[in-house]
Ligand binder design. Structure first.
Ligand code: NAD
Ligand code: TYD
Length: 357
């Protein structure tokens, strides 16, 4: 069957990628979606069980750093669009092992860009009708004070962690490929996502799982750092809109206008999990354990996403209370998903991490 478009989504077996793959496979039967994922500790094909048999979906296990393979997949599938999410994504891991982050996030993105360039430039129409869409983070902008300032698209890059430094570098490479070769690119910088299928090393799924298992909840520092939380399906919806209607070479910030101090968010999670498990109110507050702060812990992130709203009409659809309720319910209802994940590499990693405390 001939498809109207052939689109690569990298990192589709991860948290956000799996939501983007699901949205595109369901909404656009006329597109073929090719999910390229190396299946690192964070990649899990179980996240895509419901769509894996669909005729417009294909999974390829591959490393984005492998330039020859990227070029072959693009050529074989006549790829005209790329939505690039594959990355190492956890700040704590980047502090322990920055090389892996430079390899995948910087060199992997570069290898994908170069393969895309070589393939698209070999076609008679070259870059016409093509798009390389790079998914990035608000963390490239650095940290805000406790005031009312927000990151805008004009905020200067000022990354602090090895993770954000590697993402900043990849963003620069994407823009350089537009400016140097004329590749049609777009970059978006999004705030913290939450929702189903997030690997339980990140705050929200880790804490839900620990509360259920009566384990300590390690709060870094005083729990005063602030993050801006967005429900993952709202991010996927923004990606769909920007992929189809975003301006070439532009940048869009995506955020929830939903800032929470960590400790306040943690109390909401505790309250919700306790209520859904039938525990008395306040039952799990005793699990809160203040631990040594993360090195270089950014104080506050907050996104101004008015440009995206004004130019392309996107806004977050879900109120935070509703999003957290849905998320907690999902993790409690999908115990098996969680147990399988926590029995592997993840468990060993955390053993090492907590042994050092
Ligand atoms: P994730 O860690 O859950 O998933 C990453 C996926 O990439 C995994 O499936 C993994 O197997 C795959 N991958 C890693 N290295 C690879 C390689 N070398 N080749 C091919 N595949 C590889 O990450 P996520 O939270 O879903 O984040 C996805 C993207 O969105 C990342 O680029 C991240 O920087 C960005 N982002 C994340 C957030 C967030 O809150 N999670 C916020 C803003 C932006
Ligand atoms: P995280 O989910 O790792 O996302 P990011 O670092 O990309 O913002 O962490 C969210 C916030 O929660 C961050 O300020 C660090 C903090 N945190 C804890 O206090 N304890 C934890 O165990 C984790 C994983 C995070």
């Amino acid at each position: 069957m001939d498809f109207k478009r052939n689109i690569i989504i990298t990192g589709g077996a991860g948290f956000i990628g799996s939501h983007v793959v699901r949205l595109f496979v369901n909404k656009y039967p006329e597109y073929r979606i090719i999910n390229i994922d190396k299946l690192t500790y964070a990649g899990n094909l179980e996240n895509l069980k419901d769509i894996e048999e669909r005729s417009n979906y294909r999974f390829v296990k591959a490393d984005i750093c492998d330039y020859e393979t990227m070029l072959r997949i693009m050529t074989d599938n006549q790829v005209d669009g790329i939505i690039h999410l594959a990355a190492e994504s956890h700040v704590d891991r980047s502090i322990k092992d920055p090389f892996t982050f430079a390899r995948t996030n910087v060199m992997g993105t570069l290898s994908l860009l170069q393969a895309t360039k070589v393939y698209w430039e070999s076609l008679p129409e070259r870059y016409e009708g093509k798009l390389f869409y790079h998914i990035s983070t608000d963390e490239v902008y650095g940290a805000l004070e406790f005031d009312d300032t927000l990151f805008t698209e004009e905020t200067k890059y000022d990354p602090h962690s090895p993770y954000s430094a590697s993402k900043a570098s990849s963003d620069h490479f994407v823009r350089a490929f537009h400016d140097t070769y004329g590749m049609p690119t777009v970059v978006t910088n999004c705030s913290n996502n939450y929702g189903p299928y997030q690997f339980p090393e990140k705050l929200i799924p880790l804490f839900i799982n620990n509360i259920r298992n009566r384990r300590p909840l390690p709060v870094y520092g005083k729990g005063e750092n602030v993050r801006d939380w967005l429900y993952v399906e709202d991010h996927a919806r923004a990606i769909d809109i920007i992929f189809h209607t975003g301006k070439i070479a532009d940048t869009y910030n995506i955020g929830g206008f939903n800032e929470w101090k960590n400790i306040d968010l943690i109390k909401v999670i505790i309250k919700t999990v306790d209520r859904l498990l039938g525990n008395p109110e306040g039952h799990s507050l005793e699990l809160i354990t203040y631990v040594t702060d993360r090195q270089g812990h950014d104080l506050r992130y907050a996104i101004d996403s008015r440009k995206l709203k004004n130019e392309l009409g996107w806004e977050p659809s879900l109120q935070f209370e509703e999003g957290i309720e849905k998320t907690v319910r999902w993790y409690l209802d999908n115990e098996e998903w969680m147990n399988r994940i926590t029995s592997g590499d993840y468990a060993r990693y955390y053993e090492d991490m907590y042994a050092g405390r």
